[in-house]
Design a protein around this ligand. Structure first.
Ligand code: ADP
Length: 261
């Protein structure tokens, strides 16, 4: 009888210890994430702040002509616009993370042309790609690829994947390909020739906060692919990746077309 009670107490003790360890781990990863997120938010904010300071200093210079001031402001405002865009994108990722955790990632589905979206995203990124040395290629079939999807969320999926293809693409060309492999399925493939992903990270990169790059070399919250997968799966689709270290990556999204096709 006594031995049994002792055993039960011991079991309960080790269970409590395990729960405490889990709680400590969770708190530690939350603290780590807060520190990474703050750092990531601080970078564009600092640049925004510096730019505003330089602009107001230029305005106060008596020796500077009005034309020179206007030119300086024009340049400064472009930087401000870019940095505030980065800030907004980071905050959107954080908001999406919360939405997903609360089960509130809702889709507003409507008749959506996937080719038009991916063409749009490609155009939006063409300048940025060129600056990093990449050439973007958009490949589409003759048939329109139309389905019952949330256009804003699909734009976000393609945007995330194309932006990663440039970010991790080592300045090499990237390709966005839209196809219809079956009667009731649509496929988006984004292929780059960049740094690739180590085999042991291929599953992990779709999890929250997981990154395959070390340190500060390329910035990011490690949320983009997590959010992307949640959106794709909410549509009843799937996302997969093939990659080789230094041999580039292909991200493949398959979506059911649904009734509106
Ligand atoms: P972030 O880019 O903010 O780190 P993501 O969730 O978009 O977050 O990506 C997670 C990780 O997956 C990245 O940190 C990177 O290591 C890896 N990754 C994503 N896309 C690519 C790619 N096209 N080529 C190589 N690695 C990639």
């Amino acid at each position: 009888e006594l031995a049994l009670q002792k055993q039960l107490l011991q079991n309960r003790l080790s269970e409590t210890k395990r729960l405490l360890r889990e709680r400590d781990d969770a708190l530690q990863s939350r603290d780590e994430f807060l520190s990474i997120a703050s750092h990531e938010l601080k970078t564009p904010l600092t640049s925004l702040h510096l730019q505003l300071q330089t602009m107001s200093r230029a305005l106060k210079k008596p020796e500077m002509s009005d034309e020179a001031k206007i030119a300086r402001l024009g340049k400064g405002l472009a930087v401000c616009e870019k940095q505030s865009g980065k800030l907004a994108a980071l905050l959107d990722e954080l908001l999406d993370l919360t939405r997903i955790r609360l089960g509130k990632l809702t889709l507003n589905k409507e008749r959506t042309d996937l080719t038009a979206i991916s063409r749009d995203v490609t155009e939006r990124f063409r300048e940025e790609a060129k600056r990093s040395g990449s050439e973007l290629r958009h490949v589409e079939g003759d048939e329109p690829v139309v389905g019952n999807w949330d256009p804003t969320r699909l734009d976000q999926v393609v945007t995330n994947l194309v932006s990663n293809a440039i970010k991790y693409g080592n300045g090499r060309p990237a390709e966005i390909r839209i196809s219809k492999p079956g009667g009731n399925a649509a496929r988006i493939e984004i292929r780059d020739e960049g740094m690739g992903i180590p085999p042991d990270m291929l599953d992990k990169i779709f999890q929250r906060f997981e990154r395959a790059v070390e340190g500060d070399s390329i910035s990011g919250l490690g949320l983009g692919l997590y959010i992307t997968r949640q959106i794709v799966e909410a549509h009843g689709g799937a996302i997969t990746v093939e990659s080789r270290v230094n041999g580039g990556s292909i991200f493949r999204v398959d979506l059911p077309i649904g009734e509106a096709g």
